[in-house]
Design a protein around this ligand. Sequence first.
Ligand code: HEC
Ligand code: HEC
Length: 262
Amino acid sequence: MATVTLTAQQDTDEFFKQNCTSCHTIGGGRLTGPDLKNVEKRRDRAWLIRFIQDPQAMIASGDPEAQKLLREARGVVMPKVVGITKKRAAKILDLIAAESKLEKSRFAGLSLSDRPFTEEDRTIGRELFLGTRRLKGGGPPCLSCHTVNGVGGLGGGELGPDLTDAYARLEGRKVLGAWLASPSTETMAPVFKKHPIDPDEILPLLAFLETESKEGTPATTGSNINFVLLGVVGATALLFLFDYFWRRRFTGVRARLVRGQR
Ligand code: HEC
Ligand code: HEC
């Protein structure tokens, strides 16, 4: 990959896109986290900078505002974002303020069609999940790390959680769709940052997961969103493991999988 030097502004944009838009929009409504439009009109900048740097610590400290946000997010704790600094948090707030002034921010969210899912969507989604149809961005098939009930006999990977009820758990189309457009969790982020899921592939994947959600019961329990969002214990170790087998299986891939990770 060619190395491009990003300007400070582009760097902030990229950082926000890759680390925040899976859960937040600017003016597009709530996803897992609140809509950030005009956030500084309802909250103090110093408070926000502290919160963005370490949400868990802020919530644990018993801060009443953070507690209230937590309740509104139905108990989902915002993860501490890797690479966040005080300076970066301030730049992000500048970005949010500028975008909030626009009629429509480019971070208003993914414009997913809201047409009903079709049988074709479900079929394509299933193929993408299994890997019998390649993801356009070149990412590994979901099945290499996940399973769902509906693929029973095929097994599936165990690195990631069982996705049978992911559609329901992650609040359906809008929230899960945004999540897939830029997965921000520990294992998926570094993999799909380099190989993003194409917007045209999101609807079929959602259709497939919706069907699974209706028809199946997960074979394993115990993975709830908090567990996932806070990162799996030992996920870093798994990353190295994955890096290892990724490189052996895909020797042509030059991009280093864990670049930028601790
Ligand atoms: C995995 C989902 C997730 C990601 C990723 C995420 N957030 Fe959040 N964010 C939340 C949730 C949920 C809350 C509500 C507080 C809570 O429950 O922890 C929140 C709250 C906030 C708030 C306070 C909003 C308010 O109304 O006062 C700000 C500001 C914020 N996030 C900024 C960011 C920024 C900037 C990033 C990227 C660096 C980011 N968030 C990444 C989920 C996320
Ligand atoms: C490299 C392995 C890997 C691949 C490939 C992968 N995932 Fe994941 N996924 C994970 C892991 C691990 C998690 C748990 C969070 C984390 O650490 O990133 C996860 C979490 C998720 C979640 C959140 C689940 C929950 O229970 O809250 C969804 C949804 C998801 N993946 C969907 C997909 C889809 C759809 C694909 C295929 C396009 C895919 N993943 C491909 C490893 C992977």
